[in-house]
Design a protein around this ligand. Structure first.
Ligand SMILES: [Zn+2]
Length: 274
């Protein structure tokens, strides 16, 4: 029998075009408008953000921050100089929106951050942040985190739910590698979210990190993870994103990003249209 390669080849071509369109749409963050994302951002930090006024975020302090600087940026440029629009450009995947495979190249939802926004939300200096820190009991250790925007209360709820998980998971989270720590992200001049007391690193013994795996910025050789999905779901339920869903993965890292979880839930409700 002759092999019918023509139509197959045609269909493969169509499929590849469709797949590339889907990937491009996902990367560009289509499906949920910028206005909707901004509304969810304002709702996530109600005691700090007064409103989104046209093209600016207006803070209760009176400060204003441009939403879109109009610059087209590469992924690397977004990481260094993100505006608010860049910060919300990638949809963090939760629930049905997560296919379990390692993230595609430069899919880093939550890793693109505007530092000025975080300084407005949590404190513009080490001293200003420290005024709002509390010490939270955390299984076999303690965590220093901010009480701003209910980060401490959210983490208490996380701890309560983690305690309900089967005992085999305990070794992953009973000890931590730190909450608040005023420091820059390794290899950069940008402040880590740990600086604001809004991120937690769990047991370093089970951590996988893109730099340790031989990765270079923009080129990570292979994804690795030991953190169980059940734990990730607990953190996400209470407003935290996980660094294990980044191309530049950091699997012990969880940070409070209620705006990204809200956008993710809207995406999931709409059938995961990123
Ligand atoms: Zn961390």
């Amino acid at each position: 029998m002759p092999r019918c390669t023509g139509p197959n080849r045609f269909l493969t071509g169509v499929l590849m075009v469709l797949m590339s369109l889907t990937a491009a749409g996902s990367a560009a963050g289509q499906g949920i408008s910028l206005d909707e994302r901004l509304r969810l951002l304002a709702q996530a930090y109600p005691s700090t953000v007064a409103e989104i006024d046209g093209k600016e975020v207006v803070f209760k302090s009176g400060a204003r921050l441009e939403v879109d600087d109009g610059q087209e940026k590469s992924h690397a440029e977004k990481l260094v100089g993100a505006d608010i629009e860049d910060m919300l450009s990638q949809v963090y995947p939760i629930g049905r929106c997560y296919d379990g495979a390692g993230p595609a190249r430069n899919v880093d939802p939550g890793r693109i951050r505007n530092e000025t926004f975080f300084r407005q939300v949590y404190g513009n200096s080490r001293r200003a942040v420290e005024k709002n820190l509390v010490v939270l009991p955390w299984f076999k250790s303690k965590l220093r985190v901010t009480r701003k925007h209910g980060v401490d209360a959210a983490l208490s709820r996380v701890a309560k739910d983690l305690a309900e998980l089967p005992a085999k998971y305990r070794r992953f989270f009973e000890t931590t590698s730190g909450g608040h720590n005023w420091r820059t992200i390794a290899g950069t001049k940008r402040l880590s979210v740990h600086s604001f007391g809004a991120a937690v690193d769990l047991n370093i013994k089970f951590a996988d990190y893109w730099r340790w795996a031989g990765g270079k910025p923009g080129n990570v050789p292979r994804y690795r993870n030991k953190i169980p999905q059940a734990m990730v779901e607990v953190f996400e339920r209470h407003g935290f994103i996980w660094g294990g869903k980044w191309y530049h993965f950091d699997t012990m890292h969880f940070e409070f990003r209620p705006e990204l979880i809200a956008i993710a839930r809207l995406s999931e409700a709409r059938g995961c249209q990123h």
